[in-house]
Design a protein around this ligand. Structure first.
Ligand SMILES: C[S@@+](CC[C@H](N)C(=O)[O-])C[C@H]1O[C@@H](n2cnc3c(N)ncnc32)[C@H](O)[C@@H]1O
Length: 239
C-alpha cells in the first residue's frame, strides 16, 4: 500500500540520517574510538571489545537522535535524568549536553570506561556535570537510590533487554526508580521472543507508547509512565 511504502521510505531515510551521525577516525591503523555528532558537539567514545557494555549499540543512537530532534517537546534543561545500563555513556553524554543533571549507571566493571568517556565529552561543555554511579539491576536499590530522596524526571535506557538472566531485576529497577511523574524513554532492540515477553510484563506496571519505530534496525523507541499514577493524584490534592 501507499502508506506502507511511505513508512518504509521514512524508515530508510531517518535510519540513514541517524547512522550518519557515527564517524570513524581517519588515520589510525586500528580503532581506538568512535565519533558521533549530536547536540552540536563532536563526541568521542572509547570502546572495548570484551563485553556487551563496551561498544555503542544502535539503540543508543536512536535515543540520542530523538533527544536532539525533540529538544523542545522533551526539554532536558535542569531535569533530573538517570540512565540505566549506560555502557559507554553516549546517551548520558547527549542528555548532559542538552542541559540535564545526569546520573549514568551500569555494572561496576563498566564504570571506569564510562566515567572516562563522560568526563572527556562533558567537561566544561555542559550546564551540570554528570555523575557516574554503580547500579546493578535489582541490587541494593533502596540503599543506593532511596525512594524518599531520589526523584528522576526521566529514566533512559537503550538496549537493556536481551538474552541475560536479569530481566526480573531490570523490571524491579524501573519500578523502584519511577515516580508518578517520571517519564521512561526506552530504546528497544528486538532480537528474540524474550523481548516481546518482557514488553508484556513491562506493560503490567507502565503505560507504554511507541514514539518511533525503525523496522530496518528492529528498534522501537518507547515512552512510558506508571500505570497507577492517576490513582495517586486525588490524595495528593487533598493535602
Ligand atoms: C547492550 S548493552 C547497551 C549499552 C548502551 N546502553 C548502549 O546502547 O550502547 C547493555 C548494557 O546493560 C548493562 N547491564 C547488563 N546487565 C546488567 C545488570 N544486571 N545491571 C546493570 N547493568 C547491566 C551492560 O553492562 C551494558 O552496558
Amino acid at each position: 500500500t501507499i502508506v506502507g511504502y511511505e513508512r518504509e521510505k521514512e524508515d530508510e531515510q531517518i535510519v540513514a540520517e541517524i547512522m550518519e551521525r557515527r564517524f570513524f577516525p581517519d588515520h589510525v591503523a586500528y580503532k581506538t574510538w568512535e565519533g558521533f555528532h549530536f547536540a552540536g558537539h563532536e563526541i568521542r567514545i572509547t570502546e572495548a571489545t570484551d563485553c556487551y557494555g563496551a561498544v555503542v549499540w544502535p539503540s543508543a543512537l536512536v535515543l540520542c537522535y530523538f533527544l536532539e530532534t525533540h529538544s523542545k517537546q522533551c526539554n532536558l534543561v535542569d531535569k533530573n535524568v538517570i540512565e540505566i545500563g549506560a555502557g559507554t555513556g553516549l546517551v548520558s553524554i547527549v542528555a548532559s549536553l542538552l542541559g540535564a543533571f545526569v546520573t549514568a549507571t551500569d555494572l561496576p566493571e563498566l564504570l571506569g570506561n564510562l566515567e572516562y568517556n563522560i568526563l572527556q565529552n562533558t567537561k566544561q561543555k555542559c550546564k551540570h556535570q554528570p555523575c557516574v554511579k554503580e547500579l546493578s539491576w535489582g541490587i541494593d536499590l533502596e540503599k543506593n537510590f532511596p525512594r524518599s530522596s531520589c526523584h528522576f524526571d526521566y529514566i533512559m535506557a537503550a538496549d537493556v533487554v536481551y538474552y541475560h538472566p536479569f530481566l526480573d531485576e531490570l523490571l524491579l529497577t524501573f519500578d523502584h526508580l519511577c515516580k508518578n511523574d517520571t517519564v521512561i524513554l526506552w530504546a528497544m532492540k528486538f532480537r528474540l521472543e524474550n523481548e516481546n515477553r518482557f514488553v508484556d510484563r513491562f506493560q503490567t506496571l507502565f503505560d507504554l507508547e511507541m514514539i518511533s519505530n525503525f523496522p530496518s534496525l528492529n528498534i522501537a523507541l518507547y515512552k512510558a509512565m506508571r500505570k497507577d499514577r492517576m490513582k495517586a493524584r486525588p490524595s495528593k490534592l487533598k493535602v
